[in-house]
Design a protein around this ligand. Structure first.
Ligand SMILES: [Zn+2]
Length: 467
């Protein structure tokens, strides 16, 4: 039917009229009712959090999420659209803490868990009405009367069911997660807390000689945290970079990155024209993988043997850069996120010779010494044994506890993981069957992410995450 369009048309007005028409005549409900016999196409909304206001970005996602179900409806499918609400998470708790004037886990417990949870459950509906109005205004259809809600028992039970299935498939395991940790307060800190306490510090780093097994040669590796050296179980090189075996003017033979030779060994050229080193051979990083060296500290060798795990060899990972050090990094899986990941990838032993108070343990020669106080002792001992190449002063930004000013350490805590690496091939195969638009997102960004998929740490750290 032809209808003349007024040149002074008010679009908002017209949209409101359509919105009213849809509401009064139950058009969404009818879109399903009229297609009862049709094939079902199910849509579950990725749930927003209703204790925050909708913003302009949500318009885009709601419109895109409406388009595909609407297309299916037009093709004759019966399309139930289930709305959902995400009611869990730290933002909810933080909001309620603020409202009640509470600060942290202890005060919440004093207030009482039950009433606190009740407050959280109320808080999550704060902007529900605004979300419903907004969804309707942008023409987003969904069954808002029967939403799924993540705090409902049936929802939580289905999550437990999923976890049990994962467990049955032997894909759930207990491992370690690295957290920023204050050894004085005895608690992990959230990313936001860590960001509050950065300070510039000048410390001694260490360039260490690791003796290659079966060769009169050494790997040169650099670390800014000498106290982690007693827990060393591997070295790491960048698989794509070039490495050299060189005879240096100090009489030793070293393995290190080609790009850093002059920076590290250049000091041996005392006079003009004198050669600081002679390159004997060059390698790709991958050529060095699994090359073995002698444990730097006997305690780490003993721990590896006890755990019946292979250790003290060269690993490969692209996180190693050529900007500092020697291009070879020392790996202690208990004390760094990258280290921990490499530890999992290579099934390295887990060696954590530091206790919850930040003191080195009795297995090491520094029993009871605080990590930062152990640094100079480690350097002195390595020097005595001829294992210390250099201990250059190093200035960097280092996080400190915002409560007590203690330097934080990166420290492994027990955590549950889902073994995503075991299903990587399935993930990639499934991704390849998806009709991504634009294609570059599925093949590029998401595809790359799947190629590098890591095991998924699902434990929530409760203590100290509350500020
Ligand atoms: Zn502290």
């Amino acid at each position: 039917m032809y209808q003349k369009v007024d040149t002074n048309l008010n679009f908002v007005d017209r949209e409101k009229k359509v919105e009213e028409f849809w509401k009064e005549n139950h058009i969404f409900e009818k879109s399903m009712e009229n297609r009862k016999e049709g094939e079902t196409y199910t849509f579950y909304d990725g749930p927003p959090t209703a204790n925050g206001k909708p913003h302009i970005g949500h318009v885009l996602t709601r419109v895109i999420k409406d388009m595909i179900p609407r297309y299916r409806t037009m093709k004759g499918y019966m399309v139930p659209r289930k709305a959902g609400w995400d009611t869990h998470g730290l933002p909810v708790e933080l909001e309620v803490e603020k409202k009640l004037g509470l600060d942290g886990k202890e005060q919440i417990e004093e207030y009482g868990m039950e009433p606190f949870i009740k407050q959280c459950k109320e808080s999550v509906w704060k902007y529900k009405g605004m979300w419903e109005d907004f969804s309707s205004t942008v023409g987003f259809w969904a069954d808002m009367e029967h939403p799924y809600v993540t705090y409902y028992d049936d929802y939580i039970e289905s999550e437990w069911w999923a976890l049990k299935e994962i467990w049955n498939k032997k894909l759930l395991y207990k491992g370690f997660k690295i957290v920023p940790y204050c050894p004085r307060c005895g608690t992990p800190l959230s990313a936001q807390e860590v960001s509050q306490g950065y300070k510039t510090v000048k410390e001694r780093s260490a360039v260490v000689r690791f003796k290659v097994i079966g060769e009169d040669a050494y790997f040169l590796a650099w670390t800014t945290t000498p106290w982690t050296l007693p827990s060393n179980v591997a070295l790491c090189v960048n698989p794509d970079e070039t490495y050299c075996k060189v005879k240096a003017a100090d009489g030793y033979t070293y393995y290190m990155a080609e790009a850093l030779l002059d920076k590290v060994l250049g000091k041996f050229a005392k006079e003009e024209g004198e050669k600081a080193y002679e390159v004997l051979e060059t390698y790709k990083g991958t050529d060095l993988e699994y090359k073995e060296y002698e444990p730097l500290f006997a305690c780490a060798g003993e721990a590896a043997a006890k755990q019946k795990k292979k250790a003290h060899f060269v690993t490969c990972d692209t996180y190693v850069t050529m900007s500092d050090g020697t291009g070879i990094v020392h790996i202690a899986p208990a004390f760094g996120e990258d280290d921990s990941r490499i530890g999992r990838n290579y099934d390295l032993p887990f060696v954590q010779f530091v206790d919850g108070q930040g003191n080195l343990t009795k297995e090491t020669p520094y029993a009871g010494v605080f990590v930062k106080k152990a640094d100079p002792m480690v350097l002195t001992d390595l020097d005595k044994e001829g294992k210390l190449f250099d201990a250059p002063k190093f200035e960097h930004e280092y996080p400190h506890c915002w409560r007590c000013d203690t330097p934080l350490i990166y420290y492994a805590r027990e955590s549950w993981f889902i073994k995503m690496t075991a299903v990587k091939d399935d993930l990639i195969r499934n991704n390849n069957t998806i009709n991504w638009i634009p294609e570059s997102i599925g093949k590029g960004r998401f595809g790359d992410w799947l190629e590098n998929v890591q095991d998924w740490g699902i434990s929530v750290t409760v203590t100290g995450e509350h500020h």
